[in-house]
Unconditional design. Structure first.
Lengths: 338, 309
């Protein structure tokens, strides 16, 4: 009955060994991604969401190290035990990635056609002519007008939205099973954002691929993700399907995040904001990492780190006192956030 | 729409070059030297007028780079109609200056190309991989940099034996560090760019990432530096030749020609300018050659440096 996940991350711990000490950027992250679904990973900057994605791709810079005992199982293979060569065959081919800044994620000295062809020629046994044809086909697919002409243009000749489309064309040119989109729309205008996300959804349907959508934008997650992982301080704080997370969050951090979104249907004097700042990853508070900012904390939170526990089927929460958040939902007539 | 853009960029560069008088001077000088080098056999025919073949015509030289001895007078002979730059050690200075242009290009281009290539390889590996590889390669670079260039080149030439090729080897061995450091610094900057990460995420091999994604974005400063070094390398080679370490006796090389003047450089007593032509023509060729490359390097930097746009 239970489907096997396409990707399952178990106890992922990625530490950076810096001169000031060990930065535990990702410290015990678990989640699954199933075929064809979109998993949203949401969190503030420094929560470890980007490091998580780079760990899956094994593209950390040399200071970062994935610790022993971490597991990243993709399609039945533990990516962490593959050789660099085997890993390279997976990158771009089975797992592709798109980045935040389409302005800088394309090489300025090559035409976009050349860059898409590079990926195709690398992973598929085709000649240059076929590859070029496939590149044009891909550009057409991502909605770039006049692809026969655009294929020979340089990145600086395209607008931001077009470049992100070209990036997507590049990433999807080998039909990956999993696409990791790290803040794919953050650098774009809101209207373009919607178009790009819509495009990703369409292509996902067509190719049947899974997407990990990483963003700090809760709105983007609400619109696009099937399930959500909320990260804070390198740990998963809450994970559930998107409906549950948005309607009945149980972790104080998720609750705070949702309250910080301006809403049109409620008159608000001032927007709620989570008190304090994201702690320096070298000096997380002892106990629960959110404890120094939590409005519901008790003494125990400052001593002991709660486990990620299942509170209802498919809903995991890392909090001792999640019932307190539940009670707010129950007492508040508005429901959802506040 | 897509076609005119690169061309307009090219036109913008050309306009910029043409508006800069020193650039025009540099390129004209360089063009002049190139023409002289190409047409050397026509400008100064490689024949020995002292030796006639059976038809009574002067014999062609086996090796045109060895200046023929046409008179046995050891004293320099002032410019005349037949020998417009005069003669020294029995050899025609005009012939030596003309054929020496080829030698200068040969030395400059070969040494610059090889040492820059070596520098690019070492700098790329060092900058891209970082860590202990970088540490080792850069310390080796430092060691090479710490040895005075001329001294090191002299010592190595002495060990290898005399000859132009040995001088060139010595200059490559002690001449790659600048390019290596420059390319390393540029790569450190470019490798942090997201398109490099994006290329890695596509599964592209390190070698191709360096070759296709990083180097094209970092190569211009190195090319500019290389063009600047062309001139100074020719001076160094001439210096070694002057010291008797470089080209063999009588080779058409500006430095060896100056070597001939060592005994005459002070002139006769009371008039120091007596043998001016012996120093002036080869020296002038050298000065203009270096000037040409420096101006060209400057012009290229002005055109390509985005900060000066």
């Amino acid at each position: 009955m239970e489907k096997t996940p396409l990707l399952s991350v178990r106890n992922l711990r990625t530490y950076f060994y810096t001169e000031d000490g060990i930065v535990k950027a990702v410290d015990g992250v678990d989640f699954d991604v199933y075929e064809g679904e979109t998993l949203g990973i949401v969190g503030e900057s420094g929560s470890g969401k980007s490091v998580t994605s780079l760990s899956i791709m094994r593209l950390l810079d040399p200071k970062g190290k994935i610790e022993e005992g971490s597991e990243i199982i993709f399609n039945g293979k533990n990516l962490l035990s593959l050789s660099e060569d085997e890993m390279r065959r997976i990158r771009g081919n089975e797992i592709a990635m798109i980045f935040q800044e389409p302005m800088v994620a394309l090489n300025p000295v090559f035409t976009i056609g050349e860059q898409i062809m590079e990926a195709i020629l690398l992973h598929q046994d085709v000649d240059r002519k076929t590859a070029r044809h496939m590149a044009i086909e891909m550009l057409k697919k991502v909605g770039i007008p006049e692809p026969e002409k655009r294929v020979d243009e340089y990145p600086h000749e395209l607008s931001g939205g077009m470049r992100q489309r070209a990036m997507i064309a590049m990433a999807l040119s080998c039909r990956p099973k999993l696409l990791i989109a790290d803040e794919p729309t953050t650098a774009l205008d809101v209207t373009i954002q919607a178009q790009i996300l819509e495009l990703m959804k369409e292509l996902q349907k067509e190719y049947g691929m899974a997407i990990i959508l990483i963003t700090h934008d809760v709105g983007v997650i609400a619109e696009n993700a099937d399930r959500v992982v909320v990260m804070y301080g390198g740990k998963v704080m809450e994970s559930a399907d998107v409906y549950t997370v948005f309607k009945k969050p149980k972790h104080p951090y998720t609750w705070g995040l949702l309250n910080a979104i301006p809403r049109l249907d409620i008159e608000q004097e001032r927007l709620y904001s989570i008190p304090g700042m994201v702690p320096d990853p070298l000096h997380f508070p002892p106990g629960c990492r959110f404890s120094n900012r939590c409005e519901f904390k008790e003494n125990r939170c400052e001593i002991e780190m709660p486990d990620l526990a299942q509170v209802e089927p498919g809903h995991m929460v890392r909090c001792f006192y999640y019932k307190k958040v539940e009670n707010i939902h129950n007492s508040s007539k508005v429901g959802g956030a506040k | 729409m897509s076609e005119p853009k690169p061309r307009s960029e090219f036109r913008r560069m050309m306009r910029k070059l043409l508006r800069n008088p020193s650039a025009i001077l540099g390129f004209s000088l360089l063009a002049f030297f190139v023409l002289v080098a190409i047409f050397a056999p026509y400008i100064a025919e490689p024949v020995n007028p002292q030796m006639l073949d059976e038809n009574g015509k002067p014999m062609r030289l086996d090796n045109p780079y060895i200046m023929p001895v046409i008179t046995w007078s050891s004293e320099p002979i002032p410019p005349s109609k037949e020998h417009p730059f005069g003669m020294i050690q029995g050899r025609d200075i005009f012939y030596g200056v003309v054929w020496g242009t080829r030698t200068a290009f040969y030395i400059g281009l070969t040494v610059t190309l090889i040492s820059t290539a070596v520098g690019i390889v070492i700098g790329s590996i060092s900058g891209y991989y970082g860590g202990w590889i970088d540490e080792i390669l850069m310390r080796i670079t430092d060691v090479f940099l710490s040895i005075p260039f001329l001294l090191a080149a002299m010592v190595l030439t002495t060990i290898l034996g005399n000859g132009l090729d040995k001088v060139m080897i010595a200059m490559v061995v002690f001449g790659w560090m600048g390019a290596a450091r420059l390319i390393r610094a540029n790569i450190l900057q470019v490798k942090e760019e997201q398109f490099v990460l994006a290329a890695k995420a596509l599964g592209i091999k390190d070698f191709f990432i360096i070759l296709r994604h990083i180097l094209p974005n970092t190569i211009f400063p190195v090319l500019i530096q290389a063009s600047m070094r062309m001139g100074s390398l020719v001076i160094t080679a001439a210096g070694l030749s002057f010291l008797g370490l470089g080209a063999p006796l009588g080779y058409a090389d500006w430095g060896s020609m100056l070597n001939f003047t060592r005994n005459w450089i002070l002139g006769t007593s009371g008039s120091s300018m007596t043998y001016w032509y012996a120093v002036f023509y080869p020296g002038m060729a050298m000065v203009l050659f270096v000037l040409a490359w420096n101006l060209v390097g400057d012009a290229l930097r002005d055109v390509f440096d985005p900060r000066l746009k």
